[in-house]
Design a protein around this ligand. Structure first.
Ligand code: FAD
Length: 266
């Protein structure tokens, strides 16, 4: 569960990078590692919703100490550092924040050592230090929403599962989540009105499958006013958005979409 009750008033919440330390690291599936961090300031990490963006800051090389910019203007702060000290910055979702215990979980997709964040997560061990920054949340179903459509690949699994956990017991939602295979599924507790379907891309590489759009095209959508949250690989996300807005005639403002990563050309 996401714990936000212990947070103090808005004015004291922190939106600049802060140091945290790994306290636990465990595989949820062969390709998803949950890393738990703790930090003296995590009780004041601004938490605004289930898809809360945590920018993470990693040391630029194993033998270089991690330096963090010390203001909310973190990007100019990084630019002002000598090139060899500039941290690597990547985007992740806060899967769980327990402000009282000053603890946070982040679930990292392990997609190989070609990406610094994935490579770091594979080896992360208690005592490792990184930086985290609270940088907003976007999932926001309007009050008149009758049902929700939550679509994503494994990078959106933390946001979608946190959104499902935050739903009221009488909510209606359809969740479609693309993963490699059955071994990449995790247990998600769903209220009675929520249907979660795992979609397997099989041997197709991440970002290369059309299983999400094929499934969506065949899906009978409920009547009533929807809200859609679509996140994951960029091409999948834009294809799904186009389908929802043109073929299903869902109003653009009721479809939130975000490219969480992009297949690179090489
Ligand atoms: C708002 C937001 C929230 C996000 N939340 C999460 C989250 O909670 N958990 C999570 O795991 N990711 C999340 N992501 C996605 C994550 O930021 C990207 O996957 C990021 O590229 C990983 O960085 P990296 O250093 O491992 O790889 P990069 O250095 O960025 O990329 C290296 C190579 O890996 C490829 N690549 C990147 N990501 C993937 C992937 N998932 N599968 C296959 N190939 C990939 C790229 O195409 C590139 O070729 C989120 C992104 C956004 C914008």
């Amino acid at each position: 569960m996401t714990t936000v009750e212990a947070q103090p008033v808005e004015a004291t919440l922190i939106r600049r990078p802060m140091f945290v330390e790994v306290v636990a690291s465990r595989l949820l599936t062969p390709h998803l590692r949950r890393i738990t961090v703790t930090g003296a300031e995590l009780d004041r990490f601004a938490y605004e919703g289930p898809d809360q963006l945590a920018r993470i800051f990693l040391a630029p090389a194993p033998d270089v100490e991690l330096h963090l910019p010390d203001s909310e203007q973190w990007w100019p702060g990084i630019q002002a550092m000598p090139a060899e000290l500039q941290p690597v910055v990547r985007n992740y979702t806060v899967r769980r924040l327990d402000a009282g215990r000053r603890e946070m979980d982040i679930d990292f997709v392990l997609h190989g050592d070609g990406g610094p964040a994935s490579a770091w997560a594979r080896r992360a061990a208690p005592g490792d230090r990184i930086g985290v920054l609270s940088d907003g949340a976007d999932y926001a179903p309007p009050a008149d929403t009758d049902w929700q459509l939550l679509v994503g690949d494994e990078t959106a699994l933390p946001a979608i599962t946190a959104a499902i956990e935050a739903l009221p017991p009488d909510a209606r939602a359809i969740a479609l989540i693309e993963v490699g295979s059955a071994e990449d599924e995790i247990e998600v507790r769903t209220p009675v009105g929520v249907t979660l379907t795992w979609l397997h891309r099989g041997d197709t590489q991440a970002g290369g499958s059309d299983v999400v759009i094929r499934t969506l095209r065949e899906l009978a959508l409920p009547a009533g006013t929807p809200y859609a949250f679509v996140a994951g690989e960029s091409t999948m996300v834009t294809t799904v958005r186009r389908h929802l807005c043109t073929e299903r005639r869902i109003a653009k403002e009721r479809v939130y979409f975000a490219g969480y990563w992009k297949v690179s050309a090489h």
